[in-house]
Design a protein around this ligand. Structure first.
Ligand code: DX5
Ligand code: ZN
Length: 212
């Protein structure tokens, strides 16, 4: 299975975000991963819909928007209108996961569900037909540059068995490096998010290629 690389702009230079998005596009990014944090669901604050909208003209690649916010439903329309292609919310941040997923698709975007490290994949069982992407957190969300939690590998494998050949992306996020990318793929993931591993040096093309 071919792998997609989704650089997380959380590790980019925020003073030059548009140029950074253009640079990772040119360097071979498949998705542009945008981390949205609210200082409540996670202990950090980042980007809102106005920034997503401002970045939209800088690339035609899909915007893979990772919402780490609670509540989440009231903000979904603004992120879709801003140009998000995939909207991923946390299963832990919505009381009615089925309803939130239906809302995303009803607005014309792809629907993703993310699971924190301690959350079981069982929450996905009855909503598989409403999901386009499953995001397995391999760190506790909130910050870039943390170490990969090995328990994510077992969860990815369980999700791969659950998903079978349905057209659902299995994405892994947190601490992904060239050193563990092969393990993550072998476990069954087909989209790798990487922040520090892509932005650690100015040669984004080489860093993305190393992950592939
Ligand atoms: C963490 C974010 C990640 C983060 C990954 O809460 O969801 O997308 O930017 O950064 P690295 O690849 O540095 O762990
Ligand atoms: Zn993320």
């Amino acid at each position: 299975m071919s792998v997609k690389i989704a650089p997380s702009i959380l590790s980019a230079d925020f003073a030059r975000l548009g140029e950074e998005v253009r640079a990772i596009d040119a360097a071979g990014a498949d998705y542009i991963h945008i981390d949205v944090m609210d200082g409540h669901f996670v202990p950090n604050l980042t980007i809102g819909p106005a920034v997503v909208k401002a970045l939209r003209p800088f690339t035609t690649k899909p915007f893979d928007v990772h919402l780490m916010i609670e509540p989440v439903d009231p903000y979904i329309p603004a992120f879709v209108e801003a140009g998000s292609d995939i909207v991923t919310l946390h299963a832990e941040a919505t009381r009615h996961l089925d309803r939130s997923l239906q809302l995303i698709r009803s607005l014309g975007a792809k629907a993703g569900v993310s699971l924190n490290p301690a959350t079981s994949e069982q929450v996905l069982t009855y909503v598989l037909d409403k999901i386009d992407l499953i995001l397995v957190m391999s760190v506790n969300p909130g910050f870039g540059g943390q170490s990969f939690l090995p328990s994510a590998l077992e969860k990815i494998a369980a999700i791969r068995r659950m998903v079978g050949d349905r057209p659902i992306d299995i994405e892994v996020d947190g601490g992904v490096t060239a050193a563990n990318a092969a393990d993550v793929r072998e476990a069954g993931a087909n989209v790798l998010v990487a922040g520090s591993a892509v932005f650690r040096t100015s040669d984004y093309r080489a860093n993305i290629a190393a992950l592939r």
